[in-house]
Structures are given as structure tokens and as C-alpha cells.
Design a protein around this ligand. Structure first.
Ligand SMILES: Nc1ncnc2c1ncn2[C@@H]1O[C@H](COP(=O)(O)OP(=O)(O)O)[C@@H](O)[C@H]1O
Ligand SMILES: [Mg+2]
Length: 359
């Protein structure tokens, strides 16, 4: 392997958005915070945003209650590290307030029971709202760069595809039928729709259907704002302004999840800019000379760890299918779930040159 000549922090320093994707439990949240910290060390005003329901970021940053508002965590030289956690419900409410045409419409929507349910249970809401929030942060001139932590790989693609899916949801005929009262010449259709709704109400209850109709009606006029936003985010995620990093650990299960994710990204024409392999077996140096190494359990263990490190470094080259640079981060011994752990990893992100596999 050869050095790429650049650190991960340098690679992303001209990006406005960095998206961290990868399997759960590999250190994604920690790495996202560390990348933001490293960008801050390059004098950027960096904001890390997490949609991790485990609230790992909040505790790692020593912020008990990381809310939907961005909070300044610390200054790093001339740079700043900010953090925020996605509150899908609050973001949805804000969005309704922003795009609604009147205060009555705001009240109607926010007070609707179905709305209250949808914002917490509808699949995809998290991703839609993450995308909305991302755009808000992108437009917020307090920040130069936004680093986004994501949930495990299953929904990682959903996250990137959210703008497109929201668009097609809005284009859905049923949705259109429900929000736009059909013109009189389409009455038969309306009758058909009503018949359909009658059938549905037998199953789910008339109350639910009333709520649904009221819900969709109350959204009239808002969808244009939603759609416009979806288009902007779609453009942004596909542009040079956005960087994508796949994070994994060298263990077999995350490695296979990460390579599955990488190949799905490739199929979807999403360019992965860098790979991070976190929690590599650390380098303990050369064991002291020992003639009967095969009988000394300490030396045996030492050699096994050295072999494991070599294996860890090797396995990762499979991930860099498009020749992306790789950053290896050693397993940190001791307590890492605090600011000290993030700082230690940030130092690697800011100072260690990435490797080029196969070169
Ligand atoms: N390089 C590392 N060395 C040691 N422990 C780490 C390292 N990176 C992350 N961890 C620990 O691994 C656990 C999972 O990290 P987290 O960032 O929450 O992962 P994810 O967001 O991918 O689920 C945490 O306890 C974290 O402190
Ligand atoms: Mg996480």
C-alpha cells in the first residue's frame, strides 16, 4: 500500500457536507464527531448531526440533551465544533410552519391525530426529516461543513434516496386525488374514490379515514414546498459539495455489510470518496527476543495480535473497489466514549495520510 498524500480531513476540507455510512456498532457516530472535530482543527466551523436514536453522540460529546438546535461544543483553534441531533417530530412541525399558507392551516395540520401519528411512525419520516434538517444546516451560515452520522446500513441508502422517494410519493395518484378536490367532470372518479374509502373505513374505522382525508386536505399547497426542497437536496447530495465516507470495522460481519453497502452505492451511482476502517488491532511493536516463544503465552498472544493487525489491514483493500483512499484507525485501549476518545480519533483523521490499496 502507498500513501495517498492526503489526510481524511484534507480530502473533505472543500466539501460542504460529509455523509458517514456503514454498519452499526463500528464507530460511525464516534467517527462522524471526530471528522467534524478534525475539520474544526483546520479552522472550519463544523457541525456534526446525528440521527442515531441511541443518543451515543450526545453522551460522547458530554451533552446530556443534544436537541434539534445546534450547540457549540468547543472551539478548536480558529475552528468550531458544533453538534445537533435530529428530532424528526420537531423538524416536521417546523416544516409545516414554514410551508403552510396560513396559521389556520398550521393549526389544522399540527392538531390532526393522523399527523401526530405519522410524524413518529411513518416509515421514511426520519430520512425525510434528516434531509430537510440537513438542508437547513447547509443554508445556515454559522457552518462551513456539516458531517452527518446515519443509522445502520439498511437505511443508509434510504437516507440518500429520501428526496427521490418523497418526490414520487407526492406524485402518487392517490395522494394527488386526496389532496386536490377533483374537478366536477371527474365526479365518477371521486365516487370511485369514495367507494374505496368506504371499504377502507370498514377495515380501519371511519374515524381513521376521516382523519386521513382531513390530513391530506390540510396539506394542500404545502406539497410544492416539500417537493422543491426534495429536489434541492437530491441535487446537493449528488453534487461535488457532498462527500461520502463508508465506515466499517475489520471484523467479518461488518466487513461483509460494508461491502454490500459499497456495491449498492456503486449500482446507485453514488460515489464513495473514502473508506474508514476503525478499530484495527493496535500495533504493540516487536516482542522482546525469546527463544521459546511457542511456550510463553504472553509472547504467543503478542505474535497473534501482530498477525491479526496484518490481517486487519489486508482485508480492507476489498472495500476500495474504485481505488478510494483508506484510513485505518486503531482500536483505542481504555475508555473512548467521551470527548477524549473523539479527540484521539480526530487526530488520526487530521494528521494521518490515507493509504491507497493495491497501489
Ligand atoms: N477506535 C475505537 N477504539 C475503541 N473503541 C471505539 C473506537 N471507535 C468507537 N469505539 C467504541 O465503539 C462503540 C460504538 O461506537 P459508535 O460510534 O456508537 O458506533 P456506531 O455509531 O457505528 O454504532 C462505542 O462504545 C465507542 O466508544
Ligand atoms: Mg451510531
Amino acid at each position: 500500500m502507498t500513501a495517498s498524500g492526503r489526510t481524511l480531513a484534507q480530502l473533505f476540507s472543500n466539501k460542504r457536507i460529509v455523509i458517514c455510512l456503514g454498519p452499526g456498532g463500528v464507530g460511525k457516530t464516534t467517527s462522524a464527531a471526530a471528522i467534524a472535530y478534525a475539520e474544526a482543527s483546520l479552522s472550519k466551523r463544523a457541525c456534526v448531526v446525528t440521527i442515531d436514536p441511541a443518543r451515543r453522540l450526545a453522551s460522547a460529546l458530554g451533552l446530556a440533551d443534544l436537541g434539534n438546535q445546534a450547540t457549540l461544543v468547543t472551539k478548536v483553534g480558529h475552528g468550531e465544533l458544533w453538534a445537533t441531533m435530529l428530532d424528526a417530530h420537531a423538524t416536521f412541525d417546523d416544516m409545516v410552519r414554514k410551508y403552510a399558507t396560513s396559521t389556520e392551516q398550521v393549526d389544522r395540520i399540527l392538531g390532526n391525530r393522523l399527523y401526530q401519528n405519522l410524524t413518529t411512525s411513518l416509515s421514511g419520516t426520519q430520512e425525510y426529516m434528516a434531509m430537510e434538517r440537513l438542508y437547513e444546516l447547509y443554508e445556515d451560515d454559522r457552518f462551513d461543513i456539516i458531517v452527518v452520522d446515519t443509522p445502520p446500513s439498511i437505511s443508509a441508502l434510504d437516507f440518500l434516496d429520501a428526496p427521490k422517494r418523497l418526490g414520487s410519493f407526492l406524485d402518487n395518484r392517490i395522494f394527488k386525488l386526496l389532496i386536490k378536490p377533483p374537478p366536477t367532470y371527474l365526479k365518477p372518479l371521486s365516487v370511485a374514490t369514495r367507494a374505496l374509502l368506504k371499504t377502507i373505513s370498514k377495515v380501519v374505522g371511519a374515524e381513521v379515514v376521516d382523519d386521513a382525508i382531513q390530513f391530506f386536505e390540510s396539506f394542500a399547497g404545502i406539497e410544492d414546498g416539500f417537493r422543491e426542497r426534495a429536489n434541492e437536496v437530491e441535487r446537493l447530495l449528488g453534487s461535488e459539495e457532498t462527500g461520502i465516507v463508508v465506515i466499517t470495522s475489520p471484523r467479518p460481519q461488518p466487513m461483509s455489510e460494508a461491502s454490500g453497502l459499497a456495491s449498492r452505492l456503486r449500482t446507485a451511482n453514488r460515489q464513495v470518496n473514502a473508506i474508514v476502517v476503525n478499530r484495527i488491532t493496535p500495533d504493540f511493536g516487536v516482542p522482546p527476543a525469546q527463544t521459546d516463544s511457542d511456550v510463553d503465552p504472553v509472547i504467543k498472544n503478542w505474535l497473534a495480535l501482530a498477525a491479526q493487525r496484518v490481517a486487519d489491514l489486508k482485508i480492507s483493500s476489498d472495500l476500495a473497489t474504485d481505488g478510494q483512499p483508506i484510513l485505518f484507525i486503531d482500536e483505542i485501549l481504555g475508555e473512548v466514549s467521551d470527548m477524549g476518545g473523539i479527540e484521539a480519533i480526530a487526530k488520526v483523521v487530521a494528521t494521518v495520510e490515507m493509504d491507497l490499496a493495491g497501489a
